[in-house]
Ligand binder design. Sequence first.
Ligand SMILES: Cc1ncc(COP(=O)(O)O)c(C=O)c1O
Length: 359
Amino acid sequence: MHYRPVLDALRRFDPPHALQDAKGPLINLALNENSLGYSPLVAQALGAALASASRYPSTFCDELREKLARHHDIDPQRLVFGSGIFEILSLISAVFVSDGDEVVIPTPSFGWYNLTTRLNGGTVVAVPLSEHAIDLDAVQAAITPQTRLIWLCNPHNPMGTMVASGALQAFLAKVPADIPVVLDEAYREYAVAPDVPDGIALARQYANLIVLRTFSKAYGLAGLRIGYAVASVETASLLHKVKVPPNVNHLAQIAASAALDDSDFLARSVTLVREGLADYYACCEALGFDYIPSFANFLMINLERDGDEAANVFLDAGIVLRSGREVGLPSWIRVTIGNADENQRVFAVLHQLAAQRPA
Ligand SMILES: Cc1ncc(COP(=O)(O)O)c(C=O)c1O
């Protein structure tokens, strides 16, 4: 059979190895999920929504679109919904990337930016991070006449760092208006600081900005698969041309709508993570492990030993997390901030690893 040759250069996007092999119960702190679960309002709404499961969902998420547009005070036509941000990344590449186009990606970053770019024939121009953060000057310097797309992730996965509002605005003012800039704000709700950029506000000013948000993280709906883009009306209509017609299932649409009504749940999700991070910082400082202060719901920690080996020590204790090796920090791990019990179990292993450190 003939198939597109580019596929030979791509690998399957797998979840962490341990999740596939798990035999017993594990605490999953590898995927940056919400350990609080989701709002009770979502549970109620889902119960009632099951009756409509035999019907096709709204192709353009009509009710949710209106509600979310009011929530953000934007034109509903600027919204594009997807089966999570994952799908929207694929739509963006399908719209903007063709053979030989250059696509700028601060690297390392969320892996699907790279894969979906290459799937569409794009050439990845990888721009190294600087002190674990996106280097906007270097991104700007990487722009050439062949550049067709720029992927930014803020707060940044996997590092947890943030580009501040002033720096991002200065950058956007310099990028040529015909180059789309994607700002993936999957973790935006967790970033509590005065200078956190609000992509949706910036997208009013910059028509080439495409802002991505998800219900998977702070809203706790990762299993239902729903996220959205805020873009110009023109870009939104291009994205709608390439999406699968009924791409977001009915239950996801209902759940997202209910989730928007529960600002208390959202606040509790964020507080749990901010408090958990403070506990992590205290634990790491007491044990002498370096870490990258995080604006998201995960933390990078330098264990000063092989990250793969360390991840296996955690696995033996029933905890799945990520080795930093895959993102170029071989002695680090990345852990999702869980609830207090889950965090305590991680701290116990950190103590064990600290005790094994050569004097
Ligand atoms: C930066 C980033 N973008 C997008 C996603 C995927 O989000 P979704 O669940 O909305 O597809 C993730 C998931 O971990 C992520 O870390």
